[in-house]
Design a protein around this ligand. Structure first.
Ligand code: DGT
Ligand code: CA
Ligand code: CA
Length: 570
């Protein structure tokens, strides 16, 4: 469905028009149309096919023509003109979180700021604080925001890296003379973003493998091409390093290139204490000079007197000490997950009816799925009125009578409103099988307000789960200003479950907060927040995040059979 894609362009056009100082009504028209498209359930292409684009609220003739043009040609002429009429530096400034068209215009007109460097200079020279409606605080905020923007624009989200790695590994697997092939580096450790992609392979014919690798259709540019290694650029900006290594030291090399650097440094220290020098290729006994190679990583760890350490833990955050003591947790596996407790259906902004979502869940081996559609405050997402919610609960009950091997839970993702109250009365929440609560509006409140809202929801006896608790969108939106430690303590006290939202742009809670939750005895639910049947497939990203947070099966509620799970809910 292209609705979101088209909406994003219309939003961008609105921003660009505003930046150019265009008529206010024109700007509003574009953002209104964008919002309507974004919140629409029907596929925009289907609407266009029936010639009904102008029936979309806010879409007049002019915008309808542009949308049709986009759907037919994949581009919009007037959008391209608009883009080329504005210096690229200015449009990039708009990408910096917190900088809207008004601010960018002000900076450009009063200070001559025309790109990121100019912005940095103006902030550092304290010129921004002297502008109208600005001050030292906004100046500092802009500078921080700019630094974050620069940092994040260079890292690749796991959700982007994963399908690429899959594609590259499948391609390499097809090359003759290649044995093992494994991603290493931060990708193998399951980090939420990766700087580049590292791949290791073993082969008796390295030169042939390298030659095929650099010819991969995905490759845009070749940076290095040697006899056993190569670095290429794919998707214009993403670096992929391939190393062909020797079979007999595969384990040692894989360990080294999996990292992290901090983990490796600590491990080398341990090796030294035990009388060995550990290199990229081998372990050398210092006294005898005897060199040992390891085909398997676990043999290397065992030789150093420790348990095998799963890659997700290798961040030098206590895992080496735990492995020496024999206390590495037995981490959660994707196959432990028995159901998904937060998905949307076509009752609100999802694409997929009750039966369809249930079938998709069953096909993925689940035994239950909770349909948690939005509440009225989230109007953009088709939130259900109380009456509609009751109808949906009825429909779910009816569906369960016909379904076999899967149970649908009638739930809600109730909005935690700006004042901390919930968007449905308790009497209605008590009709639901499961209540997931989340913040959607007024996300930039101060910590005092946000904490208060979350705590009030946590303490409500009808609320089972808090969804995407920090609200961050990786690379786009910072977490709420929130004291998460305090929130987790409240959740522990109340027995409220915290979500790990498995969508790769959220991963919220993060691994770090998963570990803190576990430390406090807070249970976690890993949910896809799917808005379509295929949306269920993000679950492994959530599991990866939970593993990075040291979570075991017992820490995660949707590993429980349904009866035990229902016992947890209030
Ligand atoms: P990234 O790509 O920034 O997300 O992070 P990594 O961990 O993938 O780092 P990368 O690609 O620079 O290097 C891959 C692995 O190679 C890294 O995790 C550990 C190892 N490595 C790289 N440089 C060093 C180093 O200077 N010392 C040690 N001990 N290991 C290193
Ligand atoms: Ca890397
Ligand atoms: Ca690398």
């Amino acid at each position: 469905m292209k609705n979101k894609e088209v909406a994003a362009i219309l939003y961008h056009m609105a921003e660009l028009l505003e930046l150019k100082g265009e008529n206010r009504f024109k700007v509003i028209a574009f953002s209104k149309a964008a919002r309507a498209l974004e919140g629409m359930n029907e596929d925009v292409e289907a609407v266009a096919a029936r010639g009904a684009l102008e029936s979309i609220p806010g879409v007049g003739k002019a915008i309808a023509t542009k949308v049709a043009e986009y759907l037919q040609t994949g581009g919009i002429g007037s959008y391209n003109e608009l883009l080329s009429s504005i210096p690229a530096g200015l449009t990039e400034l708009l990408q910096v979180p917190g900088l809207g068209p008004k601010t960018v215009m002000l900076l450009s007109e009063k200070l001559g700021v025309s790109d990121l460097d100019g912005l940095e200079e103006a902030a550092k020279k304290h010129q921004i604080r002297r502008l109208p409606r600005m001050g030292a605080t906004s100046e500092a905020r802009i500078l921080r925001s700019l630094e974050r923007y620069r940092k994040r624009s260079s890292r690749i989200p796991m959700g982007v890296a994963q399908p690429l790695v899959e594609q590259i590994v499948a391609y390499l697997d097809g090359i003759e003379g290649l044995d093992h092939v494994t991603p290493a580096g931060s990708f193998r450790r399951g980090r939420e973003t990766v700087g580049d992609i590292d791949i290791l392979a073993t082969s008796t014919r390295p030169a042939d493998v390298i030659a095929s690798f650099v010819k991969m259709p995905l490759v845009d540019d070749i940076l290095v091409k040697g006899p056993t290694k190569a670095s290429v650029i794919v998707k214009e900006t993403i670096q992929v390093d391939l190393r062909i290594v020797d079979h007999r030291s595969y384990g040692t090399i894989l360990q080294y290139f999996t990292g992290s650097k901090e983990h490796n440094v600590k491990l080398r220290g341990i090796a030294l204490q035990k009388g060995y020098s550990l290199s990229e290729y081998s372990l050398t006994h210092l006294a005898s000079g005897e060199e040992q190679y390891f085909e398997r990583e676990d043999d290397l760890y065992a030789k150093l007197g420790m348990q095998y350490i799963p890659p997700e833990l290798r961040e030098d955050e206590g895992e080496i000490e735990a492995a020496l003591r024999g206390e590495i947790p037995s981490l959660l596996e994707t196959s432990d997950i028995l159901g998904d407790l937060h998905v949307h259906s076509s009752w609100s902004d999802g694409r997929g009816g009750i039966i369809e979502m249930a079938a998709a869940a069953k096909a993925r081996g689940y035994s239950y799925i909770a349909l948690c559609d939005h509440s009225p405050s989230v109007g953009i997402a088709g939130g259900l009125s109380p009456k509609r919610l009751l109808e949906k609960i009825e429909a779910v009950h009816r569906a369960n009578e016909t379904l076999d091997g899967i149970t649908v839970l009638a739930g809600t993702e109730v909005d935690i409103k700006a004042d901390g109250s919930l968007d449905y009365p308790n009497s209605l929440l008590s009709e639901c099988d499961i209540v997931v609560a989340a913040i959607h509006m007024a996300q930039d409140q101060k910590a005092r307000e946000i904490n208060g809202r979350l705590m009030r929801a946590i303490e409500n006896e009808h609320v089972d789960i808090i969804a995407h608790p920090t609200g961050r969108i990786i690379g786009k939106r910072d977490p709420y200003d929130v004291d998460m430690q305090a929130v987790l303590e409240a959740a522990a006290e109340a027995g409220t479950i915290m979500e790990v939202n498995a969508h790769p742009s959220r991963l919220d809670l993060s691994g770090r907060w998963c570990r803190a939750a576990k430390g406090l005895g807070v249970k976690v639910a890993i949910n896809s927040d799917a808005h379509s049947p295929e949306g269920l497939d993000v679950m492994p990203f959530g599991v990866l995040t939970a593993r990075r947070g040291w979570l075991e099966k017992g820490d995660v509620v949707n590993t429980l059979p349904l009866e035990d799970l229902m016992g947890l809910f209030r």
